[in-house]
Design a protein around this ligand. Structure first.
Ligand code: NAI
Length: 431
């Protein structure tokens, strides 16, 4: 074992160091299918901006995330990793990262208390930059480690809920550093939230239940980017979709996309499968229990484990049993309700997570976001505190690199193809 690996092993908290081999295999499988992160992004990161900088990576700890951590470490960063949800950690991947000299604080299925302790262990390493998911580390550092928090030089945030939390922190005067809204990059939410979550959520539900979709009534609660993607995949596989929305424009969008739209009570009364994707809390709670049908399957794709209020439904249950791996049967007033993956993000905690090709885009955004923060910081002109957009030129660079990796080239408009006012006013031809 190298000295870096033995130091990492001494400082880490992981479950199964002996399983590193399959973790390395999974990371290598992801690497070979991530041409942008492993190519263009790697090259951009090699300019020395990240050399010796401490970077915390707190994202669902599985193979694609481990590749991101490895690329950052190869660029010279001192990387520490933890999971953004205790149910999504892969212990073999965590072990492989430690063998690569990266400190890890994560075990699959740890209690909320253990998980929070892991996040604070990461905070105690004094990260200068955070690649966060759901702002899980950032908000805990703001609350529990104010000294280390004040020293953070920048955050790059993965998801819708995390960006919303960072905006709230900023409004409370609680964000003393710049944060990049990686989620809002086109190359993130247009692909990851919509197609990545759409495919992987449906895949996970079918895998966990061994059911099929044709003819089933699927209720999607929340018709944002995630809900829209899930609805598209469900309809594509033959389900009849009802969208539940509180935003009238998005509800109309769902209707125009060809789905039924209803309020939650009416929708639940007909549902075979309910999938939440609201980014909020308690979209399905004890007040909805009476409306649930016998045999209904409940799955969550939003960031919070409490979109489906599993503790509240549990409190109403007279009995419960894990009837298949990842499927909990609750006996409610004479009917059975099936909760998938304990109400955690079903596609990640109960499935394989997003397709690798999608995370190649999302993690390219995250890596370039972190690089942007570090390069600005090193130049002596850091970005000002607050939540910043991801630069359009970086979005375009990622898209071009992805297209090039598929052998696709694009045309460029020449000036004669561009509509200009001068042509209209003077009748002159554009030169
Ligand atoms: P979004 O903001 O585009 O959409 C959420 C929608 O839910 C909004 O249209 C809102 O009006 C609606 N909504 C909120 N509460 C509702 C309620 N109680 N009933 C009905 N509608 C309600 O957000 P986006 O990007 O679709 O993300 C949704 C959640 O999924 C977030 O928590 C995000 O962090 C998470 N996410 C999960 C991923 C995964 O892999 N599972 C990937 C990407 C995002």
């Amino acid at each position: 074992m190298s000295s870096g690996a033995s130091d990492a092993a001494a400082w880490s908290r992981i479950a199964e160091p002996a399983r590193a081999a399959s973790g390395h295999q999974a990371i290598e499988w992801a690497r070979r299918r991530s041409p942008v992160l492993d190519g263009m992004v790697r090259r951009r990161l090699s300019d020395g901006s990240l050399e010796g900088r401490r970077v915390a990576v707190v994202v669902h700890l599985e193979a694609k995330t481990a590749l991101l951590a490895t690329v950052l470490a190869d660029a010279g960063a001192v990387v520490v990793a933890a999971g953004s949800n205790p149910w999504s950690t892969r212990d073999d991947v965590a072990a492989a990262l430690v063998e690569r000299g990266i400190q890890v604080h994560a075990t699959r299925g740890s209690t909320v208390e253990e998980w929070e302790k892991d996040l604070l262990a990461v905070a105690d390493t004094g990260p200068e930059f955070i690649i966060d998911d759901g702002a899980e580390l950032t908000i805990r550092m703001a609350r529990d480690r104010p000294e280390q928090y004040a020293a953070v030089r920048g955050v790059s945030e993965e998801t819708t809920t995390g960006v919303a939390r960072l905006v709230q922190l900023h409004e409370r005067d609680g964000l003393p550093m710049p944060a990049i809204a990686a989620n809002d990059a086109k190359l993130k939410h247009l692909f990851d939230n919509r197609y990545g979550t759409g495919q992987s959520t449906v895949q996970a539900i079918l895998q966990l239940t061994n059911l099929r979709l044709p003819g089933k009534r699927v209720v999607v609660v929340g018709y944002g980017w995630v809900g829209r993607g899930i609805a598209t995949y469900c309809a594509g596989l033959g389900a009849r979709v009802t969208a539940v929305e509180v935003d009238p424009v998005k509800a109309l969008e769902a209707h125009t996309d060809g789905h039924d739209v209803a309020d939650i009570a009416a929708a639940l009364a007909a549902a075979d499968i309910v999938i939440t994707a609201t980014g909020g809390l308690r979209a399905v709670s004890e007040g909805h229990a009476a409306a649930l049908r016998d045999g209904v399957v409940l799955a969550n794709a939003g960031h919070h484990d409490h979109e489906i209020d599993v503790p509240a439904l549990r409190a109403l249950a007279v009995a419960e049993e894990e009837v298949r791996p990842g499927v909990t049967q609750l006996d409610l007033d004479g009917k059975h309700v099936y909760v998938l993956a304990e109400g955690a993000l079903v596609n990640i905690a109960g499935g394989l997570g997003h397709p690798i090709e999608i995370m190649d885009l999302s993690f390219s955004v995250q890596a370039l976001g972190c690089h942007l923060l570090a390069a600005a910081d090193a130049s002596g002109e850091p970005l000002p505190p607050g939540v910043h957009d991801f630069p359009v030129e970086l979005d375009d660079a990622i898209a071009r690199a992805k297209l090039a990796s598929r052998g696709i080239s694009l045309d460029a408009l020449d000036v004669s193809q561009t509509d200009t006012l001068s042509e209209l006013f003077s009748g002159e031809e554009a030169s």
